[in-house]
Design a protein around this ligand. Sequence first.
Ligand code: NAD
Length: 263
Amino acid sequence: MATRTISQMYDLKGKGAIVTGAGMGIGQAIALRLAEVGAAVLVVDINLPAAGETVRQILAKDGIAIAVQADAASPADAERVAQEALERFGRVDILVNNAGIFPFSPALQTTEALWDKVLDVNLKGVFFYTQAAAKRMITGGQGGRIVNIASIDGLHPTGNLVHYDASKGGVIMATKSLALEFGRYGITVNAIAPGAIATPGASAGSAGTQMTEEVLKSFMARIPLGRQGEPDDIATTALFLASDAAAYMTGGLLVVDGGYLLA
Ligand SMILES: NC(=O)c1ccc[n+]([C@@H]2O[C@H](COP(=O)([O-])OP(=O)(O)OC[C@H]3O[C@@H](n4cnc5c(N)ncnc54)[C@H](O)[C@@H]3O)[C@@H](O)[C@H]2O)c1
């Protein structure tokens, strides 16, 4: 028997949230949606002005947010960020591991430095931010929600992204392992696999990724829903996983790709 309304389940007032890579793109959209339903959001990004812009947008809508500069690849920063969320908001309820990089590089040209950088940001960071947040969730005794932004590349290779694909495949498996260990604390751990989403990092010509018109076109041709995804398509899914509506889901993966993987 349902005892709570849908709006009660999606009400995150009084909750403390951390979103990494929240200065733009998918992370920014997630921070905005969490704040919209009342969560206090620690907006974490390596780019402080970008994090500040997300906070400005949240405050303009009477939300609660603080910008913090931190590196998703750094375990020390993970501890600092989780402690700051605890001290500023009084509790840590939600962590969204969103920060990620996707520099295209053919396997034969991929250097050790590039491999390490991509794995450190995309996979090591997910683990250590989760560990740091989970410690505070367990001490607080209220359980928690961890949402990892993986990728359809963790299931199906785009090409010239072996380092990225390995990192995102790792995120999907780490999500299951962590869900298994943290269930007893009332902490759920789930992942989202976005398809092609229109963000600054994924736009054609983006310096960070070397995403080309050709790759984008071949993606578009395979999408049954006929459009590229918007950051908010992922944000609304992350909000579901962070809410009580997803209370009985853990270790799961939601593919949000407009049907790309069906073709
Ligand atoms: N855009 C897509 O099509 C797509 C598809 C599948 C998965 N994803 C995943 O979604 C996530 C967000 O992607 P996006 O497209 O919004 O990216 P984006 O490049 O548009 O934005 C990423 C944000 O993360 C920040 N960031 C980068 N490295 C960081 C670090 N080391 N520490 C802290 N912050 C850092 C950047 O400053 C930026 O604000 C990534 O994990 C990405 O792999 C994106």
